[in-house]
Design a protein around this ligand. Structure first.
Ligand code: KG4
Ligand code: ZN
Length: 382
């Protein structure tokens, strides 16, 4: 099977991987978090320079760690979008350069498709598990891509066939956590730290507003939560009440409010018989729901990808929702997550996995017309 060298420079991680089909042979991630800490977010010019500096060594390390040489590589894959324009540009330019130098074809990859399919990635070691897992996806699958740039519900009918069922109309879940974390001076990105703080917090002290519940669609919105959080923090600061335990309690309720919105809409999707907003389950319908009236969803599995997918509390909340649905409907839906946290956040291994499928279909990019697509969406790729 073909070896792919994959590059992702969509935001603030410079990542290069070598994959073989779904198997990850190496996955180098040079994080820029330190560089952007001081700015409370990603600073585009610095990101661009750091990608330029990091790429050559990352490519070398990816090949060495995979124990593969350039002669074995069948194609070079690179993230085309969505992402930060100056950052994408560096990865694409470098991929083109390598393609000419080593005479390899290029594959242009959609970053959201890669997050959505990231649960398919397999570790190198477990050959037996690999054999068992082959072809095991039970379509259609509902993919939740929850990251710093995206929060989307995507129906995967099969590889290459996607339908976006819902998305955030403003901030992404990770973005909301990062922005509130910034107000609490937690540095960037704040999501992982908020998860740790939340473990030490008590629930119920802060009642965050519930968003989008009256809208008959599968969309999310986080700007209201963010504004509420800002006002609360200002008030606590003014009253000198922002002590350690208060920050822990705040993190606990904030995180739960962010995730509640996801599980609320997930439940609605599962209870919508044909997955269209026209068949959105009304409050009245839900109130009188019994096992006899619960619609059986056509969805067979739920997958989770994106940086926030690393969060254990989110996984737990999603599993609770799926269990509740199974109790009502009798249909069990497994939750599949990437095999390692490194596959949740931005990484090139997930790019390589998607590239493996594209390589099989011989869907190569033309170098002269391959350009960055900062606003690329999943609907437009096929
Ligand atoms: O997928 P990703 O690396 O980049 C985008 O494509 O956006 O996601 C980064 C996001 C950040 O917002 C970060 O705070 C969040 O993922 N994140 C987490 C955790 N780890 C990363 N959020 C909550 N809990 C975590 N453990
Ligand atoms: Zn991402």
């Amino acid at each position: 099977m073909s070896f792919i060298l994959a590059i992702d420079t969509s935001c603030d991680e410079t990542s290069v991987a070598v994959t073989q089909g779904r198997v990850v042979l190496s996955n180098i991630i040079a994080s820029q978090a330190q560089i952007h800490q001081a700015y409370g977010g990603v600073f585009p010019t610095l990101a661009k320079q750091a990608h330029r500096d990091n790429l050559p060594a990352a490519v070398h390390s990816a090949l060495v760690r995979a124990r593969v040489s350039w002669t074995n590589i069948s194609a070079i894959a690179v993230t085309q979008g969505p992402g930060l324009a100056p950052a994408l540009e560096v990865g694409i330019a470098y991929a083109k350069q390598l393609a000419v130098l080593h005479n390899k074809p290029l594959l242009a990859i959609n970053h959201i498709e890669a997050h959505a399919l990231s649960p398919l990635a397999l570790p190198r070691a477990r050959q037996e598990q690999r054999e068992q897992a082959r072809g095991s996806a039970n379509w259609p699958i509902l993919s939740l891509v929850i990251s710093g740039g995206h929060s989307e519900f995507i129906l995967i009918e099969k590889i290459g066939h996607y339908r976006k069922l819902g998305y955030t109309i403003d901030d992404a879940a990770g973005e909301c956590l990062d922005k509130v974390g910034r107000l609490l001076s937690l540095g960037y990105p704040a999501g992982p730290l908020l998860e740790q703080f939340a473990k030490q917090g008590r629930t119920g002290r802060f009642v965050f507003p519930k968003a989008m519940q009256d809208q008959a669609n599968f969309n999310l919105s986080y700007s209201g939560l963010k504004t509420f959080a800002r006002n609360q923090i200002q008030q606590l600061e003014a009253n000198q009440q922002l002590d350690r335990q208060t920050v822990f309690d705040f993190a606990c309720d904030l995180q739960q409010a962010v995730f509640n919105q996801i599980t609320y809409k997930l439940e609605r999707i599962l209870l919508s018989p044909d997955l269209t907003q026209a068949a959105y389950p009304s409050r009245h319908f839900l109130k009188h729901l019994t096992s006899a009236t619960t619609p059986i969803t056509p969805i067979n599995e739920v997958w989770l990808g994106g940086g926030v997918a690393a969060n254990i509390a989110l996984r737990r909340q999603l599993r609770t929702t799926l269990r509740k649905y199974a109790n009502l409907s009798g249909k069990q839906l497994p939750l599949r997550v990437p095999y390692h946290k490194r596959l949740c956040g931005d990484n090139a291994a997930m790019i390589g996995v998607v590239a493996g499928f594209k390589y099989q279909r011989q869907e190569f990019a033309t170098p002269s017309s391959l350009e960055r697509r900062p606003n690329l969406s999943l609907d437009v790729i096929h």
